[in-house]
Design a protein around this ligand. Structure first.
Ligand SMILES: Nc1ncnc2c1ncn2[C@@H]1O[C@H](COP(=O)(O)OP(=O)(O)OP(=O)(O)O)[C@@H](O)[C@H]1O
Ligand SMILES: [Mg+2]
Ligand SMILES: [Zn+2]
Length: 174
């Protein structure tokens, strides 16, 4: 045991680090493998978990940080999921509710891949139109399609009808 005890020198080093004197601080300990979804719009971490289908009962090891300070005066949320890499469909959904998110793949403790999510000019298949009378809800083989009028705050326009969908309307479907 004694060999594993912290020496005074190490303890001083840890105190220095935790004061954040320029060193990078982590809110949770490093993960070996998995995904870090960073720069999520503050307050939306739980929506990201919902998109990933994580309710807590699946057994994934998940860490969430909400409203932590990012640059200067802005705040962000972060989600870290161990041993899970994201599927493309999940990345598209995250882009809808957190357009500035970055997805970092961690392997052996290091960031090996970083993707900035991106909303295309039009989206298909991910969201259903909220207008029951829309042709995309008529049981016809018409795939829902929306034009992205604005990214943040989100504003989608149905390609087929007059309906405008905003973030809250989209979140209800996830
Ligand atoms: N092994 C790890 N376990 C947990 N989180 C990690 C790990 N490695 C990096 N991170 C976190 O992943 C995110 C991206 O890491 P990176 O080292 O690229 O930071 P960065 O340079 O600040 O990136 P960005 O420019 O995207 O903000 C950060 O939030 C970082 O704290
Ligand atoms: Mg950073
Ligand atoms: Zn429609």
């Amino acid at each position: 045991m004694s060999g594993k005890e912290l020496r005074v020198k190490d303890q001083i080093e840890i105190v220095k680090l935790s004061k954040g004197s320029g060193a990078k601080e982590l809110y949770v300990k490093k993960i070996r493998n998995g995904s870090v979804i960073d720069h999520i719009s503050a307050g939306h971490a739980l929506d990201v978990l919902k998109i990933l289908g994580i309710g807590g009962g699946e057994g994934h090891i998940v860490s969430v940080a909400m409203n932590v300070s990012s640059k200067a005066d802005s705040k962000k949320d972060i989600v870290k999921v161990e041993n899970r890499e994201l599927k493309p469909g999940e990345v598209d959904k995250i882009a809808l509710i957190a357009p500035s998110a970055t997805i970092n793949i961690i392997r052996d403790y290091e960031v090996v891949e970083k993707t900035r999510v991106k909303l295309p000019d039009s989206i298909r298949g991910i969201v259903r139109c909220a207008n029951p009378a829309c042709v995309s809800n008529a049981g016809e083989p018409v795939e829902p399609k929306f034009l992205v009028e604005r990214q943040d705050p989100l504003r989608l326009r149905c390609f087929y009808c007059v309906r405008i969908m905003e973030k809250q309307d989209v979140l209800k479907q996830f």
